[in-house]
Design a binder for this molecule. Structure first.
Ligand code: TXA
Ligand code: MG
Length: 333
């Protein structure tokens, strides 16, 4: 945990145009002053992220939204009131003056008020808005501990604030309210059903396939190991088929069946919330173990599993690529 001197130092680094990685309730963010174009460009360099991918602007509270968005529809007011601070990002029409570096040149801006106490303290000490994507290389697994950030970006950030393990464990839900009908750009920490209940409307998943939200690219959140996502009734067959592979690891919601030996069998949580909380930490750990093939038992079909299912599908699609070879960005679609 961090003392107030560390928070003040982090705020000074942001004011000077530096990069600070900080905890949020979802995942760790790689933060820069959202009003400083040079500082925001440094985020993209550190992540090897294509410049046309917008970053989320983190705000202290909902009162600051008017400085960043030129239109705040009634649905946005409702959502902010109910879910902020918390793991929900709103896409709104951007206010004049919001940097192209932040929006990826689009007419919209992504805004979120994080609830993590260190994120809140940092926003208050800095007294500005913090542009921050997840603190990982583009296309890779998001960090849920300070150690994950150190490992992957330790050399390129000016400071990492340590707030322990993130409580939600996967990224915020992103809802686009900039074009009339609300659309879900990314399932995440807040279930779609909760948004729909509040708005009294269905919220459809955006399916235009455009890369406006990089987390929506088909291949993303990927470990180095090849990931096979298999339905529960096929798990045992798949495991038996690969059991002789020394690099095999299995992530399943049940214990190791008797009569099979595998190098690593990780028992995953039965409820969606705990599963999400552990997911990236488990993937980081399995990657570090040197496993080369990860068989994952597909999660159940219930709506509370939507975000976990989404991340596992993208991990399976984007997995097995060379790690930390500066080529990561070129490898990603
Ligand atoms: O939980 C989170 O959202 C974490 C923490 C650090 O806040 N942040 C995060 O940022 O996941 P990032 O950049 O890894 O993912 C944010 C997503 C990206 O896919 C980005 O393209 C999308 O939000 N996004 C940001 N602004 C947008 C906009 N104006 N229109 C559409 N998508 C946007
Ligand atoms: Mg990300």
């Amino acid at each position: 945990m961090q003392d107030s001197a560390a928070i003040r130092r982090a705020a000074r680094i942001l004011q000077a145009g530096g990069l600070v990685a900080f905890p949020t309730e979802t995942v760790y963010g790689l933060g820069a002053d959202a009003s400083n174009a040079r500082a925001v460009r440094r985020i993209f360099e550190a992540k090897h992220r294509p410049a046309d991918h917008p970053v989320i602007v983190h705000l202290r509270d909902a009162d600051e939204v008017a400085q960043w968005a030129r239109e705040i529809p009634p649905a946005a007011e409702l959502l902010m009131q109910r879910f902020w601070p918390g793991p929900l990002t709103l896409i709104l029409k951007r206010a004049p003056g919001v940097l192209d570096e932040v929006t990826g040149g689009q007419d919209t801006v992504g805004l979120r008020v994080p609830s993590h106490p260190i994120a809140q303290q940092l926003l208050r000490a800095f007294a500005g808005a913090i542009a921050a994507p997840s603190a990982n290389r583009f296309g890779r697994i998001s960090p849920t501990t300070a150690a994950h950030v150190q490992e992957e970006l330790g050399d390129t950030v000016d400071m990492v604030l340590d707030g322990g393990a993130c409580t939600v464990g996967i990224e915020s839900t992103i809802i686009d309210l900039s074009a009339g009908t609300p659309r879900l750009l990314r399932p995440g920490g807040i279930a779609r059903a909760e948004l729909e209940a509040l708005l009294h409307a269905t919220v459809d998943l955006a399916d235009d396939g455009s890369p406006r939200a990089s987390g929506t690219l088909v291949a993303h959140y990927a470990p180095t190991a090849r990931v096979l996502l298999v339905e529960p009734d096929q798990l045992e067959g798949a495991v038996r088929q690969h059991a002789a592979d020394n690099g095999l690891a299995v992530l399943a919601r049940r214990p190791l069946p008797s009569g099979i030996a595998v190098p690593i069998w990780r028992r995953a949580a039965d409820d969606a919330r705990s599963y999400a909380h552990d997911l990236y930490a488990t993937l980081h750990e399995l990657d570090r173990s040197g496993c080369t093939l990860l068989i994952v038992e597909a999660p159940p079909p219930g709506p509370e599993w939507e975000a976990v299912r989404d991340r596992l599908q993208r991990a399976a699609t984007g997995s097995g690529r060379a790690q930390s070879s500066g080529a990561a960005a070129a490898d990603a679609p």
